[in-house]
Design a protein around this ligand. Structure first.
Ligand SMILES: [Zn+2]
Ligand SMILES: [Zn+2]
Length: 152
C-alpha cells in the first residue's frame, strides 16, 4: 500500500499515513462547524499508529471541548484543522483525518454516516444514516474500532 501525504490548507503542516483510513463520517457538532468553518466536518478515522506528522509542521494541538474530547491539531499559519487524536483506552488511540487535507487522494472511503445531527446547520438530503446526541453519535462512529481493535 502506498503512503498517503496530507496537508493543511496552506501546505505548511503536513503528515503521512501508512495506509488509507477505513471509515469516513460527516460531523455536525458545533466545534467542527467552528473549526472547519463549514456546516459540517468531513473526516475519517484511522489507527493513530498509521499517522506520522512532519515535525516541522506549525501545528498547535488543543482540546476544544474538554479533556476527553479530540485533541485537535490546527495549523498556526492557515487555521485549518490538519489532524486530530483521541485516546479511547490503553493502547487504543485514533487519528481523525480531515478529508480536505487529502484532497485528490485515491482510495478514500465514502462517507458512512452523519453524526451530531441534532446540531446541524441545515438538513442534508441523502440516504446516509443520521445519528443524533453525543452518545449515539460516538457509539456509531467509534464502535467498529473498539470492536476491531484486537485485530489491529
Ligand atoms: Zn496551514
Ligand atoms: Zn464534530
Amino acid at each position: 500500500m502506498e503512503e498517503l501525504r496530507g496537508s493543511c490548507g496552506c501546505g505548511k503542516s503536513t503528515y503521512t499515513l501508512s495506509r488509507a483510513p477505513t471509515r469516513r463520517f460527516l460531523c455536525h457538532c458545533g466545534i467542527c462547524q467552528a473549526v472547519y468553518k463549514a456546516p459540517y466536518a468531513d473526516a475519517m478515522i484511522t489507527n493513530a499508529s498509521t499517522v506520522e506528522i512532519d515535525p516541522a509542521s506549525p501545528l498547535t494541538f488543543r482540546h476544544l471541548n474538554g479533556s476527553k474530547s479530540i485533541d485537535r491539531g490546527i495549523c498556526d499559519s492557515c487555521g485549518s484543522p490538519t489532524m486530530g487524536f483521541m485516546k479511547l483506552g490503553p493502547g487504543l488511540r485514533l487519528g481523525f483525518v480531515p478529508t480536505p487535507t487529502l484532497s485528490g487522494a485515491a482510495g478514500l472511503p465514502d462517507p458512512a454516516m452523519h453524526i451530531f445531527y441534532e446540531s446541524r446547520a441545515a438538513d442534508v438530503e441523502d440516504s446516509l444514516p443520521k445519528y443524533d446526541t453525543p452518545g449515539r453519535s460516538m457509539r456509531a462512529c467509534l464502535w467498529p474500532f473498539v470492536a476491531g481493535f484486537a485485530g489491529w
